[in-house]
Design a binder for this molecule. Structure first.
Ligand code: AMP
Length: 226
């Protein structure tokens, strides 16, 4: 066990968990693991176009469903173990998102247990960014991203065609269509909210933050906990 920290951001799609995770990662020098980004990289890799297993996972992603819990847990826990060897703190956006990924079963150790063994329970922070369903749908259907540098500010730049940083064409994410956002919200309620409930029950540090204010205001609130 060491004095490093592990931070996990929760919140419905568009609540700003990726943005806050990135800000915190830069400020406190935490390794950033964004599970959605990790998956998007795999799904857009042309070398994996004919890989049936990966393409089946991509279909789930495109339908707004969570991808295989076991597959995600395997990849995430592998990364966490690498980081532990490097004596590095970490921040997650998008994991653990299911009870299985968080707490495992009798054959698999869940992410929360793995983190607890490495960092200690007192060094685990779970932030929960709260926004309404209406706000989630509004933000995601307007969201534009640069597939290359993922500049979060582009979310507000609806008239831009190209990223001002790298010049790549900015686009809507394939899962940011209204009907898919509604499905992602449903997945969040059914699969992820129970994780937050269970974490509270098990007396982990779960901190609820209003996700409505501007990102810098939210970030200042978050910093008060460190
Ligand atoms: P995000 O970028 O966090 O909005 O996640 C986008 C999509 O990636 C989700 O709708 C899921 O299909 C998939 N995903 C992200 N994180 C996980 C996870 N921990 N477990 C399963 N699927 C995930």
């Amino acid at each position: 066990m060491n004095n490093n920290i592990a931070v996990i951001f929760y919140g419905p799609p568009g609540s700003g968990k990726g943005t806050q995770a990135k800000l915190l990662s830069d400020k406190l020098n935490l390794y950033l693991f964004d599970t959605g980004d990790f998956l998007r990289k795999i799904f857009s890799n042309p070398k994996l176009k004919n890989n049936k297993k990966i393409q089946a996972q991509k279909r789930l992603y495109n339908e707004g469903k969570l991808v295989s819990f076991e597959w995600v847990l395997k990849n995430v826990s592998q990364k966490v173990k690498e980081l532990a060897k490097l004596d590095q703190s970490v921040v997650f956006s998008g994991s653990a998102r299911s009870l299985f990924e968080a707490f495992g079963d009798n054959k698999h150790k869940g992410l929360v247990k793995i983190l607890e063994e490495i960092f200690g329970k007192h060094n685990l922070y779970f932030f929960y960014l709260d926004i309404s369903d209406e706000e989630s749908i509004k933000r995601n259907s307007r969201r534009l991203i640069c597939p290359t540098c993922k500049n979060a500010l582009l979310a507000f730049a609806s008239s831009m065609k190209n990223c001002p940083l790298c010049g790549d064409k900015i686009e809507h994410r394939s899962d940011d269509k209204k009907e898919i956002i509604v499905k992602r919200l449903k997945e969040y309620r059914q699969m992820t909210l129970p994780v937050i409930k269970e974490l509270k029950k098990r007396k982990y540090k779960v901190i609820k933050i209003d996700g409505m204010p501007a990102p810098y205001k939210i970030f200042n609130k978050i910093l008060n906990y460190f």
